[in-house]
Design a protein around this ligand. Structure first.
Ligand SMILES: [Zn+2]
Ligand SMILES: [Zn+2]
Ligand SMILES: [Zn+2]
Length: 144
């Protein structure tokens, strides 16, 4: 699903929240940087120059709210910062690649775990509905 400001407005409105200018600006960082997995610090760094009135605490609170409303999904890559991406129902089918040098997070879109999943389901009768796979290493730029 594509997220838009309209979409956000609706979700906020359903829960009796307003689309404040701060919330709009923070949301735009995500719609404009869809391929990135931004942390609160990243968002703060991107907006502070043009919006000095928005503090880091506001960014934290707003991201928590967006996560609560299933607009964003919080992911922990083990580097001490929570990062966020758009919430989708089919996260199952993408894996994350985390560069240990520059911190960049990339996605690998194919699942490719189907045979492992069916082996697990068959052997121990465990019904798999989701998994999270994180690969740690060096991106093309950093491993040269
Ligand atoms: Zn890198
Ligand atoms: Zn992702
Ligand atoms: Zn899978």
């Amino acid at each position: 699903m594509e997220f838009s400001i309209e979409n956000l407005k609706q979700k906020l409105c359903d829960r009796e929240y307003k689309l404040t200018p701060q919330r709009r600006i923070i949301m735009e960082m995500f719609t404009n940087n869809q391929e990135k997995h931004l942390s609160a610090e990243d968002v703060y760094g991107m907006i502070k120059q043009n919006n000095p009135e928005i503090g880091l605490a506001t960014v934290y609170r707003t991201l928590d709210l967006f996560a609560e409303l299933d607009i964003l999904q919080k992911i922990d890559f083990g580097d001490g910062r929570s990062r966020y991406e758009f919430y989708t129902d089919d996260v199952h089918h993408h894996h994350h690649l985390i560069c240990l040098e520059c911190g960049k997070v990339m996605e690998f879109a194919d699942d490719l775990l189907e045979s492992l999943e069916s082996a697990i389901e068959e052997k121990i009768r465990f019904k798999i509905i989701d998994h999270q796979l994180k690969f740690y290493g060096y991106c093309e730029k950093c491993h040269k």
